[in-house]
Design a protein around this ligand. Structure first.
Ligand SMILES: NC(=O)c1ccc[n+]([C@@H]2O[C@H](COP(=O)([O-])OP(=O)(O)OC[C@H]3O[C@@H](n4cnc5c(N)ncnc54)[C@H](O)[C@@H]3O)[C@@H](O)[C@H]2O)c1
Ligand SMILES: O=C(O)[C@H](O)COP(=O)(O)O
Length: 389
């Protein structure tokens, strides 16, 4: 029986992928084999030695201690692209909310008092303060052209906007998906100088933290709009507020409320709603549940953020799934120990990514506890699992 701990509400559609005769799933569970999580912050949480995999039912893994898990031989999976459409729709909504002053206008309507005639009169005299502008012909700058950025760029083109993008590590797959008339910016500064709207779709890392600061904001055209549905910390919010107060920026729409932002008259914050649709929650949960199940049962890896992709078809007999440092002679030492134990290798696959490698070895008989312990004791072996019979 595999034990799965959930740290957030994970869509039932995903949990149903884990058959109850083989999986016990609960928020409180001792010695879990895997953890399913959304945005719960795991950096300060104790993570039991029994954990072999963490599945982030979403895109960003900055809430997971990925480097520490890699060092322990724990795979961290996410669900690339599974919530991209949901975020794209909210970004487009954010542009319209900003361009048409929808949030401020709605607040005004809700504040109206008196009989309907008085309301009508107040509407006609008050509406001029909320006049806006239209999107066609305006330029949207998209920073980060991954699963979400590409969808946002293409949707903005369909709305008649000009689109420029910046992503120095764009993949060939994403480049193929982009509308051909999306222009490539030479740099972030080049993009900022030419954009009426700028939207961010990058992970939060040391390299992206505060990528928009006070200095860079000044390179934007006057009355530009910023949209942050990526992560708190990508923009320096204090600098954004200062630029709004100076009248340099027109509006800021983001998914990350704070005391500084939530009541500002030119800021619209939403409570981290980017991926909160039924469809996205189902897609993400199904994707990570399938990946976790495949990893626990066969050792195969799909969409891990810290492990190489690896797939060796498994007939359910006798497999060793080993995570080891990517250094010389690991496979040599492992196979020497297996031979000494009288185990014959039937099939084997080794893949590496950065400092870590995954080695799947099918053997002709069950590996004993002693041999397992010997493999675990090889310097550089991070984890060893015995799968199948
Ligand atoms: N608000 C929400 O609910 C919500 C939902 C999903 C994702 N997100 C956030 O959005 C981020 C992006 O999601 P995604 O699914 O598009 O991820 P993704 O991995 O498909 O795309 C990220 C892109 O950013 C690019 N990139 C990285 N560093 C960059 C830099 N310095 N400059 C320019 N580009 C850079 C990468 O090359 C990649 O193409 C996630 O990491 C997450 O933090 C938020
Ligand atoms: O990175 C993500 O996928 C989003 O931030 C969604 O987070 P959530 O799963 O907590 O809604």
């Amino acid at each position: 029986m595999f034990k799965i701990q959930t740290l957030n509400n994970i869509s039932v559609a995903g949990l149903e992928r884990l058959p109850r005769d083989r999986y016990e799933v609960a928020s409180e569970i001792a010695n879990p084999d895997a953890i399913l999580v959304r945005s719960a912050k795991m950096h300060e949480l104790p993570i039991a030695p029994s954990v072999k995999a963490i599945g982030r039912a979403g895109a960003g893994t900055n809430n997971v201690p990925v480097a520490a898990m890699t060092g322990r031989g724990v795979a961290v999976f996410n669900a690339p692209g599974a919530n991209a459409n949901a975020v794209k729709e909210l970004v487009i909504a954010g542009m319209l909310i900003a361009a048409r002053n929808i949030a401020q206008a709605w607040q005004f309507s809700r504040s109206l008092t008196g009989d309907d005639a008085a309301i009508s009169q107040a509407v006609e005299s008050g509406k001029k303060q909320f006049g806006g502008f239209e999107l066609p012909g305006r330029t949207l700058g998209v920073i980060g052209l991954g699963a979400i950025g590409v969808k946002v760029a293409n949707a903005a083109r369909a709305l008649g906007m000009k689109v420029i993008g910046y992503d120095p590590t764009i993949t060939v797959r994403r480049a193929w998906q982009l509308e051909s008339d999306v222009q490539a910016a030479l740099s972030i500064d080049d993009l900022l100088a030419r954009s009426d709207f700028v939207t961010f779709h990058v992970p939060l890392t040391d390299a992206t933290r505060h990528m928009i600061n006070a200095e860079r904001i000044q390179t934007l055209p006057k009355n530009a709009v910023l949209l942050n549905f990526s992560r708190e910390g990508i923009l320096d919010d204090a600098a954004v507020v200062a630029a709004l107060d100076q009248g340099h920026l027109y509006a800021y729409c983001c998914d990350f409320p704070s005391n500084l932002l939530k009541d500002h008259p030119r800021v619209v914050t939403l409570p981290h709603l980017g991926a909160s649709t039924r469809e996205a929650e189902d897609n993400c949960a199904i994707m990570v549940a399938d990946q976790i199940r495949e990893y626990l049962e066969s050792g195969n890896v799909t969409n891990a953020v810290n492990f190489p992709e690896i797939c060796l078809p498994f007939n359910g007999d006798h497999r060793l799934a080993i995570v080891n440092s990517n250094v010389p002679n690991m496979v040599g030492q492992i196979s020497t120990d297996l031979a000494a134990a009288g185990l014959n290798i039937i099939d084997m696959l080794n893949r590496s990514r950065g400092d870590v490698a995954v080695t799947l070895i099918d053997v002709d008989q069950r590996c004993s506890d002693e041999t397992l312990a010997r493999l675990q004791g090889i310097s550089g072996v991070l984890s060893v699992r015995r799968l199948g019979g």
